[in-house]
Write a new protein. Sequence first.
Length: 356
Amino acid sequence: MRPSETDLALVRGLVEIPSVSRHEGEAVEWLVARMADRGFRATVDDAGNAVGEIGNGPVHVVLLGHIDTVPGEIAVRIEGDELVGRGAVDAKGPLAAFVAAATEPVAGVRVTIVGAVEEESPTSKGARYRATQTAPDWCVIGEPSGWDAVTVAYKGRLTLEVALSREARHGASPGPTVAEEALALWERLRELADGTADAARAFDRLDCRLEGIEAGVGDGLVERARLRIGYRVPPGVDPGALEVLAASLEDKDGDTRVVVTTQGREEPVRTVRTSPLARAFARAIAAAGGQTAFKEKSGTSDMNILFPAWRCPMVAYGPGDSRYDHTPIERLSITEFMRSITVLKGVLGRASDRII
């Protein structure tokens, strides 16, 4: 089973255009043109997102997937049933499925497709801009869940930079190096995060990781070290409390000056499995021959930004296996892509049931 040639050309064409985060312009313009060809009212919004609107009526559904990718060039090709290429899974496959599913308007339903920019950057510029718009009735976030599953929860994220600086010392001087001082601070931060390490489920644990380190850098007068600490924050844990804990390690008066800066923060999010939208997905998946699974993910998505702003029924959905996200073997099952289009059409058809 394969999608139509036009739908396959849509997803392959989108994957073939490089769109590393903050460099999405060419892919955005291309997608806007393809949506216009399909009858969407298509444009680029003030944040640089690709936006297409189709249909009219009292029910408004937003299908928002990100068009940017992480770096890493992968030769785009089809191998058997799989489309290989950077972004095929995360998340151009879901975004293309949105466009394909919405091409045939549903009576009484207005659908807005958003190809959001900068999701893979701390800025999340595209979603933050859309969050200022009026909330829709339903919102689906385009992320790989598998064609027969929906994602209803994401951990939050907190990224901190810990900067150390002190007067330069001779390499033979007694005491720890600035690099060793930085590592000692990292160990302390990890210890402070260990309170949920024994949680029964991985999703309920607070993860703390050293994402980057630069040490021993100096100008002959001052030597410096820099850490990037990343937290994955489960529901029930306040990222703000983690910021306060980290700030308690600051020392601006000692021999070594320590400054902690927040580089990115998103709250954890959980949506209701029994919402009208979630039930619509369950019915559409069953109609397509599947049994719905509900997923909770340790990463973050644009749901972390949009759900607190809109508070409407919301899930994340899309074809693909998230284990391929950000990997050098990123690939999307074409059969799964087709099945997800069928499911999404079923969901949009059920949106019309909201019309009174």
